[in-house]
Design a protein around this ligand. Structure first.
Ligand code: SF4
Length: 445
């Protein structure tokens, strides 16, 4: 039976030394009870505590790190649906490299993915992994592909090689790089030995949940914990069904053989099918998704979806509250005011830029809420806006004495003017898309 936070606290040293990264033993005990921390983070835990806590301190889905550099940490989830709390570790997105492609194409793909990044609402989005699949006859081709990826990338590597000798040599090249070994066939004692010797994680492949459970139990019994599960289903529907069974069993039934991150390799199909499959599986528990080819449109779409799913639903994405220069403003440039909800900031700043006008954008602290939500919640009201404008000493930074507020809060204009003597408050447009025409029609300075 799961232990409560109080039960766990009784087993801890109670010194509140903070070495676990949490200020008190009680707070640490609560984190263990919520499956957000592991007992191994407390260097002072007694053997008695380790034995007593045992399974209770294990997270329901193990966190696995691939790669020593920018490779992802995957797994570590505690809920089935993001609205129950949040998802913690975004799906690792990777690209398949086949040794039959030849060195030039491999190098091109590695460099393309390594250099590709997109920025959205202030976050830099990028891929995390390469999956190197040995599908040619020559051992040298596999080793060359591994060397090229290692030399030209800091991402994590998953390697798939049916030639055991070549695989061992590849692992030797990746010593200290924490790769993962993808197994095409059922797990053997030799695979277990290789994983232990090299420190690599194992991607275990099976055709059914029952087959998978048998293999992961064997790996667990041998002491391996860095496992990733690849349960191949019959088509997209089968893959989604299997993923749902595995994750639900891990979280709701505490079924340990399925308490690991989930791996998906997308089949090479046309662009729409690849997108549909990878998007559906990203939503349904894939911890790692390997794409069949480099495709910026596909990557950007998945990055956007991943960002939305792995954003904490209880914490809106925010930007720092301060004055932002849009374009190249001078003290005579107009002043706009808005909230610090990221989407609001990026849409408003983008439309001011589109208008061709340089401006000062005053972003008030509304705890990341959008304009109307913040107004309704008392966070974007005259008193707070006026205080913020005074705190940032806006009148020392600009010569104009006009500020533009969002059209949706036209009702606060009078009171805001009263709180900001000497300033004229102009009611702007309701939709950010109308900013360019608004700027042309009104004298803002
Ligand atoms: S490291 Fe251990 S003893 Fe120290 S505060 Fe954390 S739980 Fe308590």
């Amino acid at each position: 039976m799961a232990l409560s936070g109080l039960d766990i606290f009784k087993l801890l040293p109670k010194t509140n030394c903070g070495d676990c990264g949490v200020p008190t033993c009680m707070a640490f005990a609560m984190k263990i009870a919520q499956k957000k921390a592991e007992l191994s983070s407390c260097p002072h835990a007694s053997e008695e505590a380790k034995a007593a806590l045992g399974a209770a301190s294990e997270p329901p889905v193990r966190l696995v790190k691939i790669g020593a550099g920018n490779g992802p940490e995957v797994g570590g989830e505690t809920v089935l649906f993001r609205h129950e709390k949040t998802f913690f570790h975004p799906t690792g997105i990777g690209l398949e490299i086949r040794t039959s492609q030849g060195e030039d194409k491999i190098l091109d793909d590695v460099r393309e993915l390594e250099g590709y990044r997109a920025e959205r609402v202030g976050e830099v989005l990028k891929a995390d992994l390469f999956f190197i699949s040995h599908d040619s006859a020559e051992k040298a081709a596999f080793l060359r592909a591994v060397s090229l990826a290692k030399a030209n990338s800091t991402k994590g590597l998953v390697i798939d090689c049916p030639d055991e000798e070549a695989l061992k040599e590849g692992l030797e090249l990746l010593r200290n790089d924490r790769p993962a070994i993808y197994l095409r066939r059922p797990l053997t004692e030799r695979d277990i030995e290789m994983a232990k010797t090299s420190g690599a994680s194992l991607v275990i492949t099976a055709s059914s949940p029952q087959d998978l459970a048998d293999q992961t139990e064997k790996a667990r019994q041998s002491g391996l914990t860095n496992l990733i599960l690849n349960c191949q289903g019959n088509g997209l529907g089968g893959a989604i069904q299997n993923n749902a069974i595995l994750r639900r069993s891990a979280l709701k039934k505490s079924f340990k053989p399925f308490g690991f991150p989930l791996f998906i390799r997308i089949a090479d199909a046309d662009g729409f099918e690849s997108l549909a499959a990878s998007a559906a599986l990203l939503c349904k528990y894939a911890s790692i998704i390997i794409l069949p080819r480099f495709d910026k449109a596909l990557l950007y779409t998945l990055f956007t979806l991943r960002q939305n799913i792995y954003t904490d639903p209880q914490k809106p994405i925010q930007v720092d509250p301060r004055i932002y220069a849009i374009g190249d403003p001078t003290p005579d440039s107009p002043v706009f005011v808005t909230t610090n909800f990221s989407l609001t900031y990026f849409i408003v700043s983008g439309e001011i830029e589109n208008s061709g006008t340089s401006a000062h954008l005053v972003v008030c602290d509304t705890e990341g809420q959008s304009v109307l939500t913040a107004w309704a919640g008392g966070k974007f009201v005259p008193e707070k806006i006026a205080k913020f404008i005074k705190d940032i000493k806006l009148e020392e930074k600009v010569k104009t004495r006009k500020i533009v507020i969002p059209g949706f809060v036209a009702q606060i204009s009078g009171e805001l003017e009263e709180k900001l003597p000497g300033w004229e408050v102009i009611v702007g447009c309701q939709e950010a898309a109308d900013i360019p025409s608004f700027v042309k029609s009104v004298n803002l300075v």
